[in-house]
Design a binder for this molecule. Structure first.
Ligand SMILES: [Zn+2]
Length: 328
């Protein structure tokens, strides 16, 4: 049986050891289809990535699961009820929509956003219940603030998952590691006064957002920085993480720092990006820390470089998850 049967609503047979070690990833075709084909955003990246991960060679590695929509109650843990309602009732102003982007909007942007948030929450629940690593094949919407969206981000999945994890699982120490080339400004402001969540953002100083927020740790890189610079910043980020000794890691794994990226301004190779991911997952493995992977940005031209880097990311996550679960 293939790993997409869950999408068709079939039940998997009782799983043996091997399938227990498969990496759970949440995905829905609306991640692509909920964005208008004329939007500047490279919406095909989700379908292209899922096609790449479902080749027979990987059939023993991934379980692709279909999310359910996040509820209004889940969203308002991190967002103004007024903003959430205005979005759900299609009452955002032109200006608010323009700040988010992904235009022209289609009505499917609403179910897309709710399913994308639901995918992140499901991945969080999965790692809290089973340990190990899980991911959402979208999201990492770190530019969404308490009462407005920005930079392709409507609601902040990292902030929502952090606050849900605190209330639902009574966690006391969570780290958000944001390695996207852009600063996690929305996450930083929403979680500013939440001592239980440490926000770390490694990003390019000269890139969007031009007015930065204050994360707990902002580790910025100059434009054109390459593998060596990014990996030394990631080392620092992971030392800080280790010190904090978290019970959960939320990893924003944007690959828009690739040299081929149209928006990135950094000069990271595919291999450097891969090493970056391995470093994060090594810590998760060594300390058996439940970890959720949020995809984040990636706008390479051609887009195949972004797809390759995200494919590398999920393959690394698969291997690390297997190692964590083998220990338990
Ligand atoms: Zn980005």
């Amino acid at each position: 049986m293939n790993n997409f049967d869950e999408l068709k609503g079939k039940k998997s047979p009782p799983s043996g050891n091997e399938s227990n070690h498969r990496l759970s990833i949440w995905y829905h075709p609306i991640y692509t289809e909920g964005i208008h084909p004329d939007a500047r955003f490279p919406r095909d990246r989700y379908t292209k990535l899922v096609d790449k991960l479902k080749i027979p060679e990987h059939s023993d590695k991934f379980i692709i699961k279909q999310p359910i929509e996040a509820s209004r109650n889940q969203l308002i843990v991190a967002h103004s009820p007024n903003y959430v309602d205005n979005f759900l009732n299609q009452n955002l102003t032109e200006k608010e929509i323009k700040r988010i982007g992904l235009t022209p909007w289609t009505p499917d942007i609403i179910p897309r956003t709710l399913l994308l948030m639901g995918g992140a929450i499901a991945a969080l629940d999965h790692v809290m219940e089973n340990g190990g690593i899980a991911g959402n094949m979208a999201g990492g919407t770190h530019h969404a603030h308490y009462d407005f969206g920005s930079g392709y981000c409507i609601f902040n999945d990292l902030a929502v998952c952090s606050l849900l994890a605190l209330s639902k699982y009574q966690l006391t120490k969570i780290v958000v590691i944001d390695l996207d080339v852009h600063q996690g400004d929305g996450t930083a402001t929403i979680l500013q006064d939440v001592d239980e969540v440490l926000t770390i953002s490694v990003h390019c100083q000269q890139n969007f957002p031009f007015r930065k927020s204050e994360s707990d740790y902002d580790l910025d890189l100059p434009a054109n920085a390459g593998d060596e610079e990014i990996l030394s910043m990631v080392t620092r980020a992971l030392e800080i993480t280790k010190q904090f000794d978290p019970e959960l890691i939320l990893f924003q794994a944007g690959v828009d720092g690739l040299a081929t990226d149209a928006l990135g301004k950094l000069n990271i190779s595919r291999q450097g990006m891969n090493m970056r991911n391995e470093m994060v997952f090594d810590l998760a493995v060594k300390q058996s820390i439940p970890t959720v992977v949020f995809m984040g940005g990636g706008y390479s031209n051609p887009i195949s470089h972004t797809i390759d880097a995200f494919s590398d990311l999920f393959l690394s996550a698969y291997r690390a998850n297997k190692q964590i679960l083998a220990k338990s």
